[in-house]
Design a protein around this ligand. Structure first.
Ligand SMILES: Cc1cc2nc3c(=O)[nH]c(=O)nc-3n(C[C@H](O)[C@H](O)[C@H](O)COP(=O)(O)OP(=O)(O)OC[C@H]3O[C@@H](n4cnc5c(N)ncnc54)[C@H](O)[C@@H]3O)c2cc1C
Length: 470
C-alpha cells in the first residue's frame, strides 16, 4: 500500500502513477475537513493562482518536460488537455474543468482510495510492501510542518510568495485595451500581428522574446492571446507614484523578506526603481498599440483565466497591497478604470525542504528509503514541476513497495534534470527552481544558434527518455 499525503498536483500524479504500476494507493487530502488559506474548493489538483502551465513547445524546457510527462502517461497532462483554453503557444486551462477532470480520473481508478483527513505527523517507517509520499505543498498544515521540521532538522525552510489579482472581463474597457500577443506569436488567426513595433517612447532595450520557461508566476511568457493595457508616460508616472505610496498589507521592510525572485510583488519591484516594472511585467517590447501604430510606454497584460473568458488575470502582477488601496491603484491602469475584482492579489506562505540535504534524485529521503517528498514542498517551483516530481515519486514508491530498486530518470531529460537539481544543488543557498534548459547538462558540441541548441537539447532528452522507458 502506498500512502500519499496531499491531493494537489504532485499527490494526484503520484497516486495515478503508483496505481498504474499495480499498487493500492490511499490518497489523504485534508480539504474540506481542514481548508487552507488559499484553496477555494474541495477538488483535487486545485490551481491556486495562475491558470497557466506555461509554454507548450519543445523550444522551452517547460514544454519539453510536458512532452516527457505525456510519454510517461501523466494524468495531469491528460486532464490539462481536456481543460485547455486559448493561450497561444502556452498551455492554460479552465481551473474548474481541470480539477474536476483530475478528481474524476482518480475516483474511477479502482486501486485509489481517497480519504479526506489531515495527516498531522510524518508517518513512522512503513512495513515491507508499503511506502509513503509527502506532497502537501507550499501550504502544508501547521501540525505536519512541525513534524517535518523535526524530521529534516534546520534545513526545513519557509518563505513567502505573492499572487496576482483577477478581474471580471465585462468590467474591462475594450476601447482602451487591445488584443495582441507579444511579438505577434499568437497561434490565433484573428489576432492582430504585432511585428517589430516602432516607438518614440523612452529607451527600452529591445530584447529577444522572453522565453516560455521563465518563472511560473512572474513576467509573462511572451506568448499567448493577451489583452494589453497601454500606458503613456504620464499615465505610467501617475501609476508608479500611487503604487509606491500604497499601503502594504503585511510587510513593510521590503529587504528583510525573502520572496521567490520569479514571483516578486509589483510594489517590491517598484521600490527598486522607477523603471524596474517597465523592464519586468510592464515591459512594452514586442507590442504595438493599433490605435497609435506605436509601442506603448509601458503595458499591463491580461490573460484569459476561464474557458468562458469571463475572468482575466493581471500577468506578473502579484501584490500584497491592502485591498482598498489595491483597487484604487489598479484602477489607474488604462482600461481597468472600472475594473471589478474577482480576487485581489495577496501574500502567501511557501513551505519547502532543503532538497539537496534531504533527498535522492529518486525523490526518496536519504535517511528513509520508504519515505518520499514530492511537489512544491520537495523544493521545486511551479505546477508542472510539482506534477513531474510526483510522477517519478509515484513510480518509485511503487517499485520500493514491490521490492525493486527505485530509478532516477537520466539527467539529459528535463524530468531527470529537475530531480538532479533538487537533490544536488548547493544546499547552502538552496532555492526552489522552475525547469530550465540551464539546469540540464550542456551538449558536447552545442550548435552556435540558440534555437538549434534548444532543439538539440530537446531531441537528446526525448531520445534518452525513450531509451529509459524501454
Ligand atoms: C498562493 C499561491 C500561488 C501560487 N501561484 C502559482 C502559479 O501561479 N503558478 C505555479 O506554477 N505555481 C504557483 N504556486 C505554487 C503552487 O502551489 C505549486 O506550483 C503547486 O500547486 C504545487 O503542487 P503541490 O501538489 O506540491 O501542492 P498543492 O497543489 O498545494 O497540493 C497540496 C495538497 O496537500 C493538502 N494538504 C496540506 N497539508 C495536508 C495535511 N497535513 N494532510 C493532508 N493534506 C494536506 C492541501 O490541501 C493541498 O490540496 C502558487 C502557490 C501558492 C500557495
Amino acid at each position: 500500500m502506498i500512502h500519499i499525503i496531499g491531493g494537489g498536483l504532485a499527490g494526484c500524479e503520484a497516486a495515478w502513477q503508483a496505481a498504474r504500476a499495480g499498487q493500492d494507493v490511499t490518497l489523504h487530502e485534508m480539504r474540506p475537513v481542514r481548508p487552507t488559506l488559499v484553496h477555494k474548493t474541495d477538488g483535487l489538483a486545485e490551481l491556486v493562482c495562475s491558470n497557466s502551465f506555461r509554454g507548450d513547445k519543445l523550444d522551452n524546457a517547460v514544454g519539453l518536460i510536458k512532452e516527457e510527462m505525456r510519454r510517461l502517461d501523466s494524468v495531469v497532462m491528460a486532464a490539462a488537455e481536456v481543460a485547455r483554453v486559448p493561450a497561444g503557444a502556452a498551455l492554460a486551462v479552465d481551473r474548474e474543468v481541470f480539477s474536476r477532470e483530475v478528481t474524476a480520473r482518480l475516483a474511477t481508478e479502482r486501486r485509489i482510495t481517497i480519504r479526506r483527513d489531515e495527516v498531522t505527523s510524518v508517518p513512522p517507517p512503513a512495513a515491507p510492501g508499503d511506502a509513503i509520499i509527502i506532497a502537501t505543498g507550499p501550504l502544508t498544515s501547521d501540525a505536519l510542518s512541525q513534524s517535518i521540521q523535526a524530521f529534516v532538522g534546520d534545513e526545513h525552510l519557509a518563505f513567502y510568495d505573492a499572487i496576482s489579482p483577477i478581474v471580471l472581463a465585462d468590467s474591462i474597457d475594450r476601447v482602451k485595451v487591445f488584443r495582441q500577443s507579444r511579438w505577434g506569436r499568437s497561434l490565433r488567426r484573428d489576432t492582430a500581428g504585432a511585428g517589430a513595433a516602432r516607438t518614440d517612447a523612452a529607451p527600452v532595450a529591445v530584447a529577444a522574446p522572453v522565453e516560455a520557461d521563465g518563472p511560473a508566476c512572474g513576467v509573462d511568457d511572451g506568448e499567448g492571446d493577451y489583452l494589453n493595457c497601454p500606458f503613456t508616460k504620464a499615465e505610467y508616472d501617475a501609476f508608479y507614484d500611487a503604487l509606491v505610496a500604497a499601503e502594504s498589507a503585511t510587510v513593510h521592510d521590503f529587504d528583510s523578506v525573502q520572496f521567490f525572485e520569479g514571483c516578486l510583488p509589483i510594489e517590491v519591484m517598484a521600490h527598486r526603481g522607477r523603471d524596474t516594472l517597465r523592464f519586468g511585467p510592464m515591459k512594452p517590447v514586442g507590442l504595438e498599440d493599433p490605435r497609435t501604430g506605436r509601442r506603448p510606454y509601458a503595458a499591463v497584460q491580461l490573460r484569459q483565466d476561464t474557458l468562458a473568458g469571463d475572468h482575466f488575470s493581471l500577468v506578473g502582477f502579484q501584490t500584497q497591497i491592502k485591498w482598498a488601496d489595491q483597487a484604487r491603484v489598479l484602477r489607474l491602469i488604462p482600461g481597468l478604470e472600472h475594473a471589478e475584482f474577482v480576487r485581489f492579489g495577496m501574500v502567501h506562505r511557501n513551505t519547502f525542504i532543503n532538497g539537496p540535504k534531504v533527498l535522492l534524485p529518486t525523490w526518496q529521503t536519504k535517511t528513509r528509503p520508504d519515505l518520499f517528498f514530492a511537489g512544491q514542498i520537495s523544493g521545486v517551483e511551479g505546477y508542472v514541476e510539482s506534477a513531474a516530481s510526483g510522477l517519478i515519486a509515484g513510480r518509485n514508491a511503487a517499485r520500493v513497495a514491490q521490492g525493486l530498486a527505485p530509478l532516477a530518470p537520466p539527467r539529459e531529460t528535463a524530468i531527470g534534470a529537475l530531480a538532479y537539481y533538487a537533490s544536488h544543488a548547493d544546499p547552502k543557498h538552496y532555492q526552489p527552481s522552475n525547469i530550465t534548459f540551464g539546469i540540464m547538462p550542456p551538449l558536447e558540441t552545442p550548435p552556435r544558434d540558440k534555437a538549434l541548441r534548444k532543439q538539440a537539447l530537446a531531441e537528446r532528452a526525448l531520445a534518452a527518455l525513450d531509451r529509459w522507458m524501454r
